[in-house]
Design a protein around this ligand. Structure first.
Ligand code: PEP
Ligand code: MN
Length: 327
């Protein structure tokens, strides 16, 4: 349930509503909007008796939330959420490009790719220091050494940094170095990691699991928001279908579907969906055309020798083409 405050309700009146909700045994989460504040009630198992709330000063009305998710829902927050980090706005109307290698391999590789993506207009540098690999024998990432190289990229280029946290222990480390913490497809339903991400001061980019429905993705985002972090970016990265022409099937319909029911920004990762660099540019154009708020794309200066996901990484010339085409 949402408690809608009057337009001129004071801060004290909002606090009084939150206290009353807590007295009833639930949590009250204030959601400031352009015109009015709403207080979202969470933690109730069944219907809430709103009579005490309606009698409080500053309360306009109560509205039942029909969706199983609340904080991520547009019913709760009708305006789109814009996540601003330094001078980069994600969800602000202009697509944001996050680009870089799948994995941080060494200093030369990292800085070479960072200079390439910066020169062509990317705003965020991506690169994994902790890699969730399908095989335990594949390159697992450089760990903290990789994070230190990402910090170097930020210092040298001014690019923001997105990198993945794969478990409870390394999220503590990742949040010291990253501007955005990525939670990967394999961890979309790792609920204890999601709760921990909800206590982080950094924005979270949550990838859709490869067998997850939109509703499951939104429920996972709800875990993060319910734990206190409202800065969540969703990412469509392809799902598993019977089609074998690509690594996964990019679900472009997810973007308008999510935007219909949620206020959160949505970006698209065409690289992990395609699995082949030849398809990354057309899929990126499609993503922007259906309203994605940005792209997360793999780029490598020498894709043939990349330690991970080289087959789907754009080279420097292809990245330049991508940037021109999406403009
Ligand atoms: C990645 O971004 O490198 C990655 C591992 O992606 P996903 O979690 O979507 O497989
Ligand atoms: Mn990858």
């Amino acid at each position: 349930m949402l408690v809608i405050m009057k337009n001129d309700a004071t801060k004290e009146q909002v606090i009084a509503v939150v206290r009353e909700i807590e007295r009833m045994g639930y949590q009250g989460i204030p959601i400031p909007g352009a015109l009015r504040t709403a207080v979202c009630i969470t933690g109730n198992q069944g219907p809430v008796d709103d009579s005490r709330l309606l009698s409080l000063d500053g309360v306009k009305e109560t509205v039942r939330v029909t969706k199983p998710y609340k904080l991520v829902s547009r019913e709760t927050h009708p305006q789109p959420t814009v996540i601003t980090i330094d001078n980069v706005a994600i969800g602000g109307g202009k697509p944001v490009v996050m680009a870089g290698p799948c994995a941080i391999e060494n200093e030369k590789q990292t800085l070479t790719i960072a200079r390439i993506v910066k020169a062509h207009g990317a705003q965020v540098f991506r690169g994994g220091a902790f890699k969730p690999r399908t095989s335990p024998y594949s390159f697992q990432g450089l760990g903290e050494e990789g994070l230190r190289l990402l910090r170097k990229v930020r210092e040298e280029t001014g690019l923001l940094i997105i990198t993945e946290a794969i478990d409870h222990t390394n999220i503590m480390l990742v949040e010291e170095y990253a501007d955005i913490i990525q939670i990967g497809a394999r961890n979309m339903q790792n609920y204890s990691l999601l709760r921990r991400a909800g206590r982080s001061p950094k924005p979270i980019l949550l990838k859709r699991g490869f067998a997850a429905t939109i509703e499951e993705l939104l429920m996972s985002a709800e875990y993060i928001m319910a734990a206190g972090n409202s800065q969540v970016i969703l990412c469509e990265r392809g799902i598993r279908t019977f089609a074998d022409n690509t690594r996964n099937t990019l679900d472009l319909s997810a973007i308008p579907s999510i935007k219909e029911v949620s206020h959160l920004p949505v970006v698209v990762d065409p690289s992990h969906a395609a699995g082949r660099r030849e398809y990354v540019i057309p899929l990126s154009r499609g993503a922007i055309a259906v309203g994605a708020d940005g792209l997360l794309v793999e780029v490598h200066h020498d894709p043939v020798h990349a330690l991970s996901d080289g087959r789907q990484s754009l080279d420097a010339d292809q990245f330049a083409t991508l940037m021109t085409q999406i403009k």
